[in-house]
Design a protein around this ligand. Structure first.
Ligand code: DGY
Length: 328
């Protein structure tokens, strides 16, 4: 008799190719109409699934994990960020957690570079003016932005995405500065000609563009606090494609409104999907709807990673992208 296939509950609509493959391999329950799960539907899913294929929109906190059935053995997250999952609580109940690192690095770095360009050169503002029929001809002093070539980029978090951004930024003439828990290895630092700043405060005060690329953990919550944001230079630009909670969004909005910071490019928000209403009214910000990993190829690759993690677990091996609490 063939072994029983694990029951996999997928919480959101995934790319068709991924869903088809999951149906072939597992006893898969899809969410074809893509309705986000609320607490009750999540608890019900946790009580019937062997594997939950979750996304960032599922808040799997300790209280919820405590209500999971004993059959739940794996949370295979579709996404690299796992700040919506209480990994320690899952671990304590013997539930493995996996994510999808590596496959969205280049797409996220592309979009981060795009936000830097858009914020520095006022791309969205210019496009909006044109589409509103308000372009009345070239003038020497209109729509002036900031030159990137020759400026300093400060990267907060020099992991995969930070390094991929650094490679792109160097082609735009930016010199690379970074703050990280520890310096990157010497070969990478040399290749990127990157300067390590142990003090985030000092780096913020000496760079022209700052990009947030670290994970959101209890240690990075409001890492860019009101006090630290004030250290940035008034002509500087702040970009965030990591997690909104890393920046004190209200403090940032206030500074941008008062002209204490030149501009910002944001793809993520502290209270997502809500966006601070002040930000929505500002001309000097570029706001995107959490889309930095949103490419067709990236989302299929993420799905394939989810499948590999589930299959490896099913075969009795350690899934390649297992997260353990000590890694956080
Ligand atoms: C990620 O993979 O973390 C993206 O932000 C979507 O969750």
């Amino acid at each position: 008799m063939a072994p029983r296939k694990p029951k996999v509950v997928v919480t959101r609509k995934l790319p068709d190719a991924v869903e088809t493959r999951m149906r072939e391999l597992f006893d898969t329950e899809l969410n074809l109409d893509d309705t986000p799960m609320n607490v009750e539907t999540l608890v019900a899913a946790l009580s019937r699934a062997d594997v939950l294929a979750s996304t960032i929109t599922d808040r799997l906190d300790a209280a919820l994990i405590a209500r999971a059935g004993d059959q739940l053995k794996l949370i295979a997250n579709f996404g690299v960020g796992i700040d919506h999952i209480d990994v320690a609580a899952a671990h304590a109940r013997g539930i493995l957690v996996t994510n999808t690192p590596g496959v969205l690095t280049e797409d996220t770095a592309d979009l981060t570079m795009g936000l830097i360009l858009a914020a520095a050169r006022r791309l969205v503002e210019g496009a909006n003016i044109l589409q509103a029929g308000e372009f009345h001809g070239w003038t020497p002093t209109w729509m002036l932005g900031r030159r990137l070539w020759g400026k300093r980029l400060g990267i907060v978090g020099m992991g995969r995405i930070g390094q991929a951004l650094a490679k792109r930024a160097r082609a735009f003439g930016l010199s690379i500065h970074y703050h990280n828990r520890k310096p990157v290895n010497a070969r990478v630092a040399e290749e990127l000609e990157a300067t390590y700043w142990e003090s985030l405060d000092q780096m913020l005060a000496r760079t022209d563009v700052v990009s947030v690329n670290c994970p959101h953990t209890p240690a990075t919550y409001h890492l860019l606090s009101a006090r630290r944001l004030k250290l940035m230079r008034p002509h500087a630009i702040l970009v965030n494609t990591a997690r909104g909670e890393i920046i004190d969004e209200a403090a940032l909005a206030g500074m941008l409104q008062r002209g204490e910071l030149a501009g910002a490019g944001l793809d993520v928000y502290e209270h997502e999907p809500a966006v601070n209403p002040k930000l929505l009214k500002l001309p000097n910000v570029v706001l995107l709807p959490h889309m930095s990993s949103a490419t067709i190829e990236g989302r299929i690759d993420m799905g394939e990673k989810v499948i590999i993690n589930i299959r490896t677990w099913m075969d009795g091996h350690r899934p390649p992208d297992r997260i353990i609490p000590s890694m956080l």
